[in-house]
Design a protein around this ligand. Structure first.
Ligand code: NAP
Length: 279
């Protein structure tokens, strides 16, 4: 039976440590502040933004929300980002995705100053991650690595397989694992023989967005299984990409959904805001 990695507990521990950092900053007259831009009224985004705002409140980080109309133009969005880049009281800027399709999200992410890019989506931070320089690492991949480290799971020399190659999860998590000296394979929708490839993995990162995609027969005995997926089943219950009940019996470590990677993502965002304020 696998050890269940408790993301909720770990995230709380990280937030407690950050609270002290925030207090120290405040004593020096620096009040860390996060600005969140949300465009339109995506229901899931509203929940994510609420969680981020709560975490800020708990830590003493100021939070300012910019709720923009779904019809905002690209120019208006870029002007808002420029304004926030200029503001001295704001240390971190986050553009909540998704945004309406008429807007160019890549251009918007690139416009956020690399120094305030707490989500790590500006190409400067992505590039720094690739060449191994200090960067803002995007929060979900960062949370995944932090979990492995906190549970003393060896990464160096291990065979890691990442399922998914999105710019926000799959690619950066693969890069983080490579930076930690794992041998990394990235699988995606065009990958052939995915089952055999995943079965060779010591560490499996599932970031597909498909319920129960990773089944017991794809998992090597003793593998570490990290489930990034967030899906809803027919009853509306949150489930991951991994068939948890069956994979749990084969894995050495496994993350649950909910209570795994999700809370870590928010904790690492707080970490990045504190880092930006320190800089
Ligand atoms: P995404 O942009 O939709 O990417 C999904 C990836 O899975 C793509 O690379 C896609 O391949 C691949 N894929 C789809 N079907 C596949 C198949 N049959 N076989 C192999 N690969 C397949 O999703 P994302 O933004 O990376 O998110 C992935 C999941 O993580 C979602 O459930 C999302 O809700 C969740 N998520 C969770 C957190 C958190 O904090 N826990 C944060 C972000 C995302 P192609 O590139 O070939 O299309």
């Amino acid at each position: 039976m696998a050890t269940i990695i408790n993301g909720k507990e770990l995230a709380q521990k990280i937030r407690n440590e950050l609270k002290t950092d925030v207090e120290n900053l405040r004593n020096q007259g620096i009040v860390p502040k996060l600005a969140v831009i949300m465009v339109g009224d995506d229901k899931a985004s509203e929940i994510y933004v609420r969680n981020k705002s709560r975490a800020c409140n708990e830590l003493g980080i100021e939070f300012e929300e910019f709720l923009e109309d779904k019809d905002i133009t690209q120019k208006e969005l870029l002007d808002l980002i420029d304004e926030l880049n200029e503001r001295k009281d704001i240390h971190g800027i986050l553009l909540q995705s998704p945004i309406p399709e008429h807007l160019n999200i890549r251009e918007a992410f690139s416009r956020i100053s690399a120094k305030k890019d707490v989500d790590g989506f500006n190409p400067i931070n992505v590039g720094k991650l690739v060449i191994g320089e200090d960067a803002f690492v995007s929060c979900t991949p960062y949370g995944v690595i932090k979990m492995l480290e906190e549970y003393n799971i060896d990464i160096e020399g291990k065979r890691a397989v990442v399922i998914g190659r999105s710019n926000i999860v799959g690619k950066p998590v693969a890069q983080c694992l490579l930076n930690k000296n794992a041998t990394v394979t990235i699988c995606h929708s065009k990958t052939k023989h995915i089952q055999e490839i995943v079965k060779e993995a010591d560490i499996i990162i599932a970031a597909v967005g498909k319920p129960k995609f990773v089944t017991e027969n794809m998992v090597k005995e003793g593998a570490v299984v990290i489930d990034v997926g967030i899906n809803r089943n027919e009853e509306g219950k949150l489930i991951g990409d991994v068939d948890f009940e069956n994979v749990e019996t084969k894995a050495s470590y496994i993350t649950p959904v909910p209570g795994g990677v999700g809370p870590m993502t928010v904790a690492m965002l707080m970490n990045n805001v504190v880092k930006a304020a320190k800089q």
